[in-house]
Design a protein around this ligand. Sequence first.
Ligand code: SAM
Length: 222
Amino acid sequence: MNDLFHPIMGKALKQSECSENFFLIDTLILDLIAYKNAIFTQDWFPYRGAWVHFLAHEQVKNYLEIGCYEGRSTLLAASLFRDAKLTIIDLFVDPEAEVRFLANTKHIQDRISLLRGTSQKRLAEISDKTEFFDLIYIDGNHFYRHAMMDILGSWPLLKTGGVLIIDDYNWDCDEFEDLKPKKATDQFLTAYSGAYEILFVTNQIALRKLKPEAAMFKVGLL
Ligand SMILES: C[S@@+](CC[C@H](N)C(=O)[O-])C[C@H]1O[C@@H](n2cnc3c(N)ncnc32)[C@H](O)[C@@H]1O
């Protein structure tokens, strides 16, 4: 991974510095812009400052998100990628979160395609959109089986050159080993070695897709 220059801190970024606090100023500025009038009960997106730092110059026309809850990550994406169409999948385990999501995103509803239901079903339904999305954010069910299905189901939908972000990759939680997407992510990273480069690692991991899936299979068959 290359050294990364942080414009506000004025120095190159080390992995150890990829913490929530390191991006505090980016986060504060972003919050003022993206979350005006929004109402949240939870913050499940504390590492969002890294998105400003690393992704602000990405050309994102089509954005896919699995797990929107009250819309914190959706609103950030809408703000960072002003021309993007936003495809949002959520089961809405908490029905009140859906009410808050709809209220928080009312002003951008013409940009949103909300697919209610499990990511497993919804991803299968949009699987004809091969290499369609420029950025995919996975923040749904974190259990191993679900995380694996979300990663494998999303990857073919991501354009070559696009970015996949997986939340809670480095979740510092010893108690619920099964609840971490790390195992599924690491297995994917091994199996798809050569098909991506790592853009950044905070609590999240971001991968840029380097090769179309067909090319991977071809290499495997030779
Ligand atoms: C941690 S929250 C997402 C937080 C959100 N990204 C944010 O920035 O606030 C996880 C969301 O995933 C949804 N979810 C859980 N399991 C799911 C599944 N199998 N398919 C689709 N959505 C799911 C939940 O309803 C919940 O809204």
